[in-house]
Design a protein around this ligand. Structure first.
Ligand code: F6R
Ligand code: MG
Ligand code: MG
Length: 376
């Protein structure tokens, strides 16, 4: 069995929250190469999207492995030191804990991991996003694995016709549920159509009995009345031979759908599919970006990547994203551009509520005064 792990963190931005500094990438590459030489990893690739760095690694230690997670933790600490030395923005911002304790759960970095028996040819896509949240994968995963208007194979490939099983997390109550699609399609949509709370964690082929997709679903913690821990997400999708074709896995991104994120993590904005080179959200800390790196995994080695959105057929989606961004921006601080109060990453509401508490009075008093009988 092979495990493909993407472990990612923002350990400092260059400039502001727009990109990862080349020295940080170089340090991570050097460490990954060293671990390949010393055989902890079979192979590794370092990539970035916006201010997030991803370690894409193959190994035989399984998901949640202490050795792999602690290697990633040490690497992110080393890149944090570089960010500190260069005075980069938000150095170490995703390292929430002081010490590593077993695995990365709840420690800040996000990760998607998928363990599988390598097929004779194993095409995979690593999706990396910046300035959005894990629920951003709900809509594209639904289209890839449940919508025949997106994925022709659901209708015409005998290995796909029986459908897929979706594992969905409730991030508020920390519980999970499985939906058997197509039978449970409408039930599934009721939940994952609310992506701030319900997030697809994985997808499984019923015919092949194999996991096809995994996302970095973060646990949310309720701190001071507000959920924190939403993070720029990554996702792994295995393709072909009874799973969505590469083109079916990319097709959902030809529509620049709206996600929560962008400026201060507090706005709806379109998700723009871009090449790795264009993955630096600058306008209003957006529009949120997604990069798709394709690999052939062979004997655990990562053959690639191919930069799959570096393709003119996604130009229209990019244009659409710019138009949608213009449209949404004109709403300024009004919903639906600004997120609903409960989903804001930044809020001044508790202070405002305290300061203005005395200035509120019951509406009923004013009404009662108006309706009081007029005495002659
Ligand atoms: C969104 C994000 C940025 C920052 C914004 C303000 O996820 O990281 O939009 O929230 O640039 O950053 P601070 O508060 O650090 O000045
Ligand atoms: Mg940042
Ligand atoms: Mg980021």
């Amino acid at each position: 069995m092979i495990t493909l792990s993407i472990i990612k963190a923002d350990t400092g931005g260059f400039v502001g929250h727009t990109a990862v500094h080349p020295d940080m990438i170089a340090e991570a590459r050097h460490r990954v190469e060293h671990m390949v030489d010393s055989e902890l990893l079979i192979d590794g690739h370092v990539a970035s999207c916006g201010d997030d760095m991803s370690l894409i690694m193959t190994h035989q230690h399984g998901p949640d492995a202490r050795l792999i997670h602690s290697f990633a933790w040490d690497t992110f600490q080393a890149t944090t030191h570089i960010a500190q030395r260069l005075g980069l923005y938000g150095a170490g911002q995703d390292l929430l804990s002081d010490a590593f304790s077993g695995n990365l759960r709840g420690m800040g970095p996000g990760y998607a991991e998928l363990e599988f028996e390598e097929r004779p040819s194993e095409p995979v896509i690593c999706f990396l996003a910046d300035k959005t949240e894990p629920g951003a994968w709900n809509l594209p995963l639904y289209k890839m694995f449940a919508d025949p208007f997106n994925t022709a194979g659901l209708v015409i490939d005998a290995k796909m016709h029986a459908g897929f099983e979706f594992e969905v997390y409730d991030l508020f109550e920390e519980k999970r549920i499985f939906f058997d699609c197509p039978a449970d399609l409408y039930d599934l949509l009721m939940f994952i159509g609310a992506p701030a709370r319900y997030v697809v964690h994985g997808v499984r082929s019923k015919t092949l009995d194999q996991t096809a997709a995994a996302t970095s679903t973060q646990r949310l913690s309720l701190i001071a009345g507000k959920y924190v821990g939403k993070d720029d997400p990554v996702m792994i999708v295995r393709c072909q031979s009874g799973l969505p074709a590469v083109g079916e896995a990319l097709e959902p991104f030809s529509f620049s759908f709206t996600v929560g994120g962008a400026m201060r993590g507090s706005h709806h904005a379109p998700l723009m599919p871009v090449s790795a080179e264009d993955s630096h959200p600058a306008r209003f800390d957006g529009p949120p970006r997604v990069v798709a790196l394709g690999f052939q995994v062979h004997e655990g080695r990562l053959i690639g990547p191919r930069d799959l959105f570096a393709d003119p057929s996604f130009d229209e989606a990019r244009r659409q994203a710019n138009h949608a961004m213009d449209y949404l921006r004109r709403h300024g601080p009004f919903e639906p551009h600004r997120l609903p109060l409960e989903d804001l990453e930044y809020t001044t509401m508790p202070q405002l509520a305290a300061r203005l508490a005395d200035r509120w009075s019951p509406m009923t008093t004013a009404l009662a005064e108006q309706e009081a009988p007029i005495t002659p």
